[in-house]
Design a binder for this molecule. Structure first.
Ligand code: CA
Length: 382
């Protein structure tokens, strides 16, 4: 994907960068591919998953003005015991950044049983007046720092508060062009996840989406909590199981009762909605894992506190990591100018043929100033 940017394309390109970061990739024969679709010519199946594209807003939110609510309640949280485990993919289904497995210890903690809901986030906004990233106008002076020198400023009409909305095509499309199913929509934000024509009325029990990492951090500060580390997240998702690929064990996701809100059918044009939900599902729509945690697979991606490094696991030398908090800095060789945070768990767009990121060890990364229709979070505390 070219970085020969023109003004009209800039926002779209920004959008594509975000989506490439959030949707998942597979590695095949040294070439990163987004997916393989049998109905397309072979040449159409391969692309760079995370082309060197900029993040969306490049406008960092500040949590300085956020005051902790003082609420020390553990309501809605479950106890996750401490313990030791092997972090990373135990089988051959992982992407390269999931290897090698390595020994980790995490102390016990409490974790939100569900993803943070619209109702919970509404309380935070009401109490603090917080304005999310997607509700703010992009900051061109910051955005251009992540673009090639000389990139022209886009039209002011494009530099508006907006966000990315999943817009499925009516027919099969080439999977190397994420703009086929994502649209940059002015006015899309957590209150209007699909744009001004949508709202969250009656959806207090749905996970909040279109929230950036910065937004999640602000919420966590107010709630007296924090985002989980990536190690805590994976340990919690494994829920006491040893080397199992899924939060429920080993049974394939498509077998038996629906286990998570993912994509069924043919991505992205045909969703059989076998699990009952074409987009975000209310929290607790599927069975909890053994720790009492819901939606640790599918529904929405969940922000973690760690920086993302593709080679983080490979660089670990310690015999066992104790409460690891991730690398000191981010580095994604596919998009080296853009710092990224880890997201986990996959979303309602995950399909076995596409990213299968409902696996407990699956890692993905997104720039912290990005909100997406399929990304939310949950919190932890001691
Ligand atoms: Ca679904």
């Amino acid at each position: 994907m070219s970085l020969n940017i023109n003004m009209n394309k800039l926002i779209t390109i920004c959008a594509l960068g975000i989506m490439a970061a959030g949707l998942g990739c597979k590695q095949s024969g040294g070439t990163t591919v987004v997916a393989k679709k049998d109905s397309l010519p072979a040449g159409d199946t391969v692309m760079s998953c995370t082309s060197n594209l900029p993040s969306r807003f490049a406008a960092k939110a500040s949590t300085d003005s956020i005051t902790a609510s003082g609420n020390s309640s553990y309501a809605g949280m479950v106890k996750v015991p401490g313990g030791d485990f092997l972090m990373g993919a135990a089988d051959k289904a992982g992407r390269p950044d999931e290897y090698p497995q390595h020994a980790v210890h995490v102390d016990g903690f409490y974790m939100d049983a569900t993803e943070v809901t619209n109702g919970m986030f509404s309380q935070f906004v009401k109490a603090t007046g917080y304005v999310t990233t997607a509700e703010r106008t992009p900051d061109w002076s910051e955005l251009k720092k992540q673009l090639p020198p000389g990139t022209p400023k886009p039209a002011d009409s494009l530099l508006v508060a907006a966000s990315l909305v999943f817009t499925p095509p009516a027919h099969p499309v080439q999977l190397n062009d994420v703009s086929q199913w994502w649209q940059w929509v002015k006015g899309a934000n957590w209150k209007h996840p699909q744009g001004p024509g949508s709202n969250i009325k009656g959806k207090d029990n749905f996970p909040v989406v279109q929230v950036s990492w910065d937004d999640a951090m602000a919420y966590a500060k107010w709630a007296g909590k924090r985002l989980p580390t990536e190690a805590e997240w994976e340990w919690a998702a494994r829920a006491g199981l040893t080397n199992q690929p899924f939060t429920w064990g080993s049974e394939p996701v498509e077998k038996g009762q629906p286990k998570a809100n993912i994509w069924q059918g043919h991505f992205p044009d045909y969703n059989t909605v076998t699990d009952g939900y074409a987009r975000v599902a209310p929290v607790q729509s599927f069975a909890a894992n053994a720790y009492g945690l819901y939606d640790m697979a599918g529904n929405v991606w969940e922000w973690c506190s760690d920086w993302y490094r593709s080679d983080y696991y490979a660089q670990i030398n310690a015999k066992k990591l104790i409460n690891p908090a991730g690398p000191a800095a981010s580095y994604d060789p596919e998009e080296p100018t853009v710092p990224k945070r880890v997201v986990r768990g996959g979303s309602f767009l995950c399909h076995a043929s596409y990213c299968a990121s409902y696996r407990v060890s699956a890692r993905m990364k997104t720039s912290p100033d990005t909100g997406l229709e399929h990304t939310g979070f949950r919190c932890v505390k001691k």
